[in-house]
Design a protein around this ligand. Sequence first.
Ligand SMILES: Nc1nc2c(c(=O)[nH]1)N[C@H]1C(S)=C(S)[C@@H](COP(=O)(O)OP(=O)(O)OC[C@H]3O[C@@H](n4cnc5c(=O)[nH]c(N)nc54)[C@H](O)[C@@H]3O)O[C@H]1N2
Ligand SMILES: Nc1nc2c(c(=O)[nH]1)N[C@H]1C(S)=C(S)[C@@H](COP(=O)(O)OP(=O)(O)OC[C@H]3O[C@@H](n4cnc5c(=O)[nH]c(N)nc54)[C@H](O)[C@@H]3O)O[C@H]1N2
Ligand code: SF4
Ligand SMILES: [Mo]
Length: 704
Amino acid sequence: MSVTTKDLGSQLAEIKGAEVIKSFCYTCPWQCPTEVFVRDGRIVYQKGNPESPNNIGSRCAKGMASWYVSQDPDRLTTPLLRTNPKGERGEFKQISWDEAFQFIANKLKLIADKWGPEAVALTCHHDPNTVFYHHLLKDLYGSPNMYAHTSGCEQDRRSACLTLFGHVFPMHDFANSKFVMLWGMNMLGANQGLWESRALIEAQAKGCRLVVVDPNFTETAQKADEWVPIRPGTDGAMALAMCRVIIDEKLYDEAFVNQYCEGFNGFRDHLHDKGYTPEWAEEICGIEAATITRLAREFATTKPAMSAIFKGSGYYTNGHDAGRACYILDAICGEVDKPGNIHLKDWAPLGAPVEIPADAMRQPEKDPLHIAMGYALAPDLPNSRLPDAVINGDPYPVKGLFVHATNPVMSDPNRDRVMEMFKHLELAVACELYLSETALECDIVLPETSFHEQAEIRQGMWLGPEVVLCQPVVDRVGDSKPPYEIVKGIAEKMGWGEHFPYEKWEDWGEVMMKDVPMSVDELKEKGFWADEVKYNRVPGGLPTPSGKVEIYSTDYVNAGFNAYPEFTERSVIPDEEFPLQITHSKFSMHCNIVTQNNPYLMEICGENWVEINSVDAAKYGIQDDTYVTVESPKDKIRILAKVVEGLVPGCVSIRHGHGFGHWAMGSVAKGKGAHSNNLMDTHTNPVTGANCYNECKVRVRPAN
Ligand SMILES: Nc1nc2c(c(=O)[nH]1)N[C@H]1C(S)=C(S)[C@@H](COP(=O)(O)OP(=O)(O)OC[C@H]3O[C@@H](n4cnc5c(=O)[nH]c(N)nc54)[C@H](O)[C@@H]3O)O[C@H]1N2
Ligand SMILES: Nc1nc2c(c(=O)[nH]1)N[C@H]1C(S)=C(S)[C@@H](COP(=O)(O)OP(=O)(O)OC[C@H]3O[C@@H](n4cnc5c(=O)[nH]c(N)nc54)[C@H](O)[C@@H]3O)O[C@H]1N2
Ligand code: SF4
Ligand SMILES: [Mo]
């Protein structure tokens, strides 16, 4: 009997004559390498690339359903120019690409002449090929303000990792771990790459203990050995108390801290001076002192172990030090970058696609915004402060904004303020797939191709160095263009066309790949390039000021902050009038605000809801599966309520993702669910510049 390794779906698709193209999925930021089956110009099936270490053939539901974006009738098809004044609901007329390029070039010249090139900024998230915009707006135009949207995402985690390890992006070697402690990281619900979820489950099968610290009994907590239902915004207290137990009981790795850590003795004294004991922490985080002590002992004595964070401990004004404290647990136990630990990922030697000669490069004359705003340690723009720059010229005027594959009107806190910002811009450009809520506030909307219609070469999101390729698999929708062609078009109108000479994507692909030992042709065949996973980079020296793991942070001290993490309360605390604390979490069947126009995913999960504990529900007269009003001091929303047992009383959890499309985006999304981001005021983490989405108190009552 012959044995085939192919699954039934691929066999059927091949039998039906589909071509198989290697690509990657970009429905969520984890960009799994995939095989896309195409017949008669349509995607008929997709699955994970079976050879890739990222997903070993699997895809999630969002990835499977993603073909729809390449055929969605709601997609933008031509460039649009605003015809009515800003502040009114956007009305647009269709224009040609040539007119669009000329309009943007004229405005760019005007802004540079009047305010200087630093008055133009770019933000992005879902960021296919944003790098081309950087070549145009940074290298040639001279703006230092090329940003992503990390302050709306994992800014506190990145900042903590940078501070301690000099490394911006921690990954997780679950496969080799024996004890995993996840703080506010719901990786089986909001997946952080399919291979990580799989590695965690497989490690558990081999005896790894999983402890999940989260106010919510999440999908990940449900699979854990232990759920630690912490009060929101108090992780720092618990992690510091755990450090105290480990140090007092001499359970730390003495050789590691002596050789490779900066400031261990000072940290020990700091914990004593501040009185950070398990009993002290119990009062703050609602977890018994005995549990904190036991977990500290278990963490320190089971090897290899990992204490990892994502966004849960962030989103508060004290998130920076919570993150540091959680990673210091790894540091004092010598659990850094070895098998089974948090992993300081190596990057692939991928180059820039466009080579601008030195004499054509324009050096920025002003500090980038985050520095000028006073956030020297921010890994990215504190984007909740951007409206200050646009509306008030503080710290300097911003007059032009490119929003590339990001929707700040819906994703940032304090929607009112973000919408106000757009009124004050001389030039607002949305580079989008849909007429998003942000696009509606812009002067000009550029229809981009989706990842199914364009090429992209990126760093892969796997443990080892990796390059992943996305290829165009179907025709472009309407007259949409990939970022390279858009940037080239604007550059030509600015007189910089010579720097964008490529006719086809393979030409810039070769430039990017020149230091990677694989040709573009081979990459097209295979879909990815990966090198072996390397461990143990700490002894070789880290890119921190001292070259060591910085428990004592030189950067913090230089920037005027505390050398060691401290626990401070967050700035908004529920009270009698607004007795409940907001938290947020994501959906497994959606990604942020990208998938709500997909009818297949909406059939599974068609609206978002707020979760409330049964004790609170009884107190406020809330029935399961009924509509409620969630009201903050700033705004209120009508949203479906789910009454649950697994949520810390005194808080609610709003599932983020719908409510987008109430007035824009697409016909499927429109009117479904509720948008919570106008409930909160603007709160910015004072060190990292992160958006504090959970700094918000509310009351809940039945809705009519
Ligand atoms: N399916 C799916 N996958 C995704 C996404 C998606 O939308 N859907 N989004 C992608 C993106 S952009 C990101 S950034 C990641 C996000 O990945 P995660 O950060 O894992 O996702 P969230 O659901 O936001 O999880 C935050 C968790 O923190 C908890 N939490 C809230 N406050 C606290 C607190 O004070 N302490 C602790 N310990 N926990 C707290 C919440 O209850 C929630 O479970 O996921 C990515 N993957
Ligand atoms: N209340 C609350 N707010 C949150 C969160 C939360 O948990 N709660 N999560 C936060 C997090 S972790 C994140 S990462 C942000 C995400 O928020 P955003 O930065 O807004 O990013 P996305 O939601 O990924 O995508 C936004 C836009 O990208 C467009 N898009 C999708 N694919 C493409 C493409 O290929 N090309 C182009 N040009 N456009 C494309 C979509 O149409 C959509 O309008 O939201 C944050 N906001
Ligand atoms: S995890 Fe993300 S990148 Fe991977 S298949 Fe799912 S949506 Fe696509
Ligand atoms: Mo995110």
